[in-house]
Ligand binder design. Sequence first.
Ligand code: HEC
Length: 105
Amino acid sequence: MRLQLISISLLLATAACGFGADVAAGKTAYDAACKKCHGADGTPNPAIVKMMKVEMKHLGAKDVQAKSDAVLKKETIEGIGKMKAMPAVEKDVANILAFVRTLKQ
Ligand code: HEC
């Protein structure tokens, strides 16, 4: 009985951590705003790499995923290097980040 209680509270704790942002809504926003450059699954679009003459990392790559939520949100909104700022995505940034975290390789 006590064990059951513990596993239920663990389950609730896990759910509470993961459900703050909406991954499905994040995917929709990502598809609209990021996919043309970063691919459906974070794989850089080779045409963009060529056109922008830039090295792009997979968004699921270890060193990208190692960045903090705050940094990734900032880069998404304010841009980084050759990626322009996208102030329009600010309202969706928490959801987009939740989706980007699912791309981890
Ligand atoms: C017009 C193409 C384009 C769009 C649209 C775009 N990006 Fe980027 N993004 C880039 C390029 C190019 C880089 C690499 C910039 C550099 O290193 O100079 C980049 C880099 C990044 C990085 C940093 C990755 C690293 O190397 O650590 C993140 C995070 C990122 N983009 C997230 C997003 C998200 C989220 C969206 C959608 C809201 C988005 N980008 C939309 C082109 C784009």
